[in-house]
Design a protein around this ligand. Structure first.
Ligand code: NAP
Ligand code: F7E
Length: 350
C-alpha cells in the first residue's frame, strides 16, 4: 500500500502509451494523479485499464483538448498541480504530413496553451512542467549520436510543431522563471505502443504468423504478408517504462534543464523484423532489392514481408542515435531494457 506523498500531478495525453506508464509510476510513488482525456465516441482508456486493474487506483480524468485554451485553464485551476507532464500530441510522423495544420495546433500551440494556463492560474512559481520533446527535432541525416547541443533540423510537420513546443518551454523558463524541462526522447516502445508504429505493427503481425504455424492453419499470403516502408531506417529504440522514469527524474532536480533520453544503440527496421521472427522461432531470408525486396520463411518458403511504398514518407529521418550521457550523469538515469528484452516482451504480449 503506497502512502500519499501530498503531491498532485496532471498528465496531458494520459490515455497514450507514455501517459499510462507515467500514471502508474506516479501513483506508485504516492502522487494524486489527474489526467486530461479527449471525449471519444468509443472508450479510449484501455491502456489505463490495463495498467490499473484496480479501478480505485485509477487517475482522476478530466475532459479537455490541447486546442481548447479555456478548458485547459479551468482544469489547471481546479487541479492546482505540483507537476504537469505535457504528453498530449498528434504523435504519428507520417500522419503529420496529411494533417500538418492540426499537428501544429496540437503539438506546437498546445504547449503554449498549457504553459499560459499555468501562468493565468498563478502557479508559474510553484508548478513544475515537463514537455515531451523528441528526437524528431534532429534531421537524422548521419549516424552521429545526438545530444542536447546537436543542431535541430526537423523533417516533418510533427518535428516542426515539436520544435515550437521545445522553444516555448525554454522561453517560459527564461522569461518567467518557470521550472520547465524538455525531455528529448528517442523512440520508446512497449506492448502498449500504438498499433501503427512500426515496432507494434511488426510484433503483432509476427505473433499472428507464429500462431497460424503453431495451429497448423493455412497461411493466407494476401493477408499474412507484413507490408513495410523504409526497412533500412535506423532508430534508437528503448522501452517506455524506462523513459517515463526519466521524465519523473527531470522534475525532481534542483534546477530545470533539458535532457536527451536514449539507449545509445540503434537498429534498423530490418533488424527489428529479424529479431521479432527469431523470438517467434522462425528464421527468415531476404531476397531481391529496393521495392522488390521480400522476406521468406526459410523453413516453409512462406512469403512474410514485402515493401509497400505507401509507407514511405515525403521526407524520411533515416537514422537516429542518441547520446544520453547528460541524463546518466545528472539524473542517474540508465535504461534497464536491452533491445532483445524489448522485442521479446512485445512479442510475448502481442
Ligand atoms: P501516443 O500513444 O500517441 O499518445 C498521445 C496522447 O495524446 C493520447 O493520450 C492522445 O489521446 C492525446 N492527444 C492527442 N491529441 C490530443 C488533443 N488534441 N488533445 C488532448 N489530447 C490529445 O503517444 P506516446 O508514444 O505516448 O508519446 C507521448 C508524447 O511523447 C507525445 O507528445 C509524443 O509526441 C512524444 N514522444 C514520443 C516518443 C515515443 O517514441 N513514444 C518519442 C519522443 C516523443 P487519444 O488517446 O484520445 O488519442
Ligand atoms: O517509424 C519506418 C519509418 O512510425 C519508425 C513517434 O513516437 O518516434 C516515433 O516516430 C521508422 C521510420 O516511429 C514502416 O519510416 C518502415 O523511419 O514507428 P515509427 P517514428 O516515425 O520514428 C519519435 C521519436 C516520435 O517522437 C514520434 O512521436 O520505421 N517504417 N515501415 C515504418 N513506420 C511505420 N509507422 N509503418 C511502417 O510500415
Amino acid at each position: 500500500m503506497t502512502l500519499p506523498n501530498g503531491k498532485t500531478a496532471l498528465i496531458t495525453g494520459i490515455t497514450g502509451q507514455d501517459g499510462a506508464y507515467l500514471a502508474r509510476l506516479l501513483t506508485d510513488k504516492g502522487y494524486a494523479v489527474h489526467g486530461i482525456v479527449r471525449r471519444a465516441s468509443s472508450p479510449n482508456t484501455v491502456r489505463l485499464e490495463t495498467l490499473f486493474p484496480d479501478k480505485n487506483m485509477r487517475p482522476v480524468l478530466h475532459h479537455g483538448d490541447m486546442t481548447d485554451a479555456g478548458g485547459l485553464t479551468r482544469i489547471v485551476a481546479e487541479v492546482r498541480p505540483d507537476e504537469i507532464y505535457n504528453l498530449a500530441a498528434m504523435s504519428h510522423v507520417q500522419v503529420s504530413f496529411d494533417n500538418p495544420e492540426y499537428t501544429g495546433n496540437v503539438d506546437g500551440l498546445g504547449v503554449i496553451r498549457i504553459l499560459e494556463a499555468v501562468r493565468e492560474t498563478g502557479l508559474a512559481a510553484q508548478c513544475r512542467f515537463y514537455q515531451a520533446s523528441t528526437s524528431e527535432l534532429y534531421g537524422g541525416l548521419n549516424n552521429e549520436a545526438c545530444n542536447e547541443t546537436t543542431p535541430f533540423h526537423p523533417r516533418s510537420p510533427y518535428g516542426i510543431a515539436k520544435l515550437y513546443g521545445y522553444w516555448a518551454t525554454v522561453n517560459y523558463r527564461e522569461a518567467y522563471g518557470m521550472f520547465a524541462c524538455n525531455g528529448i526522447l528517442f523512440n520508446h516502445e512497449s506492448p502498449l505502443r500504438g498499433e501503427t508504429f512500426v515496432t507494434r505493427k511488426i510484433t503483432k503481425a509476427v505473433a499472428a504468423y507464429k500462431n497460424s504455424i503453431e495451429r497448423k492453419e493455412p497461411v493466407d499470403s494476401q493477408t499474412a504478408v507484413l507490408k513495410l516502408g523504409n526497412i533500412d531506417a535506423r532508430r534508437d529504440w528503448g522501452h517506455a517504462a524506462d523513459y517515463v522514469a526519466g521524465m519523473y527524474l527531470m522534475l525532481q532536480q534542483p534546477e530545470p534543464d533539458d535532457y536527451v533520453l536514449a539507449t545509445g544503440e540503434n537498429h534498423s527496421v530490418r533488424d527489428f523484423v529479424e529479431a521479432a521472427f527469431a523470438a517467434a522461432g522462425r528464421t527468415i531470408e531476404w531476397r531481391g532489392s529496393g521495392e522488390a525486396e521480400k522476406a521468406f520463411d526459410t523453413a516453409t518458403g512462406n512469403l512474410l514481408v514485402e515493401i509497400d511504398p505507401a509507407f514511405y514518407r515525403p521526407a524520411e529521418v533515416p537514422v537516429l542515435l542518441g547520446d544520453p550521457s547528460k541524463a546518466r550523469a545528472k539524473l542517474g538515469w540508465q535504461p534497464q531494457y536491452t533491445f532483445a528484452g524489448l522485442v521479446n516482451e512485445m512479442m510475448d504480449a502481442a
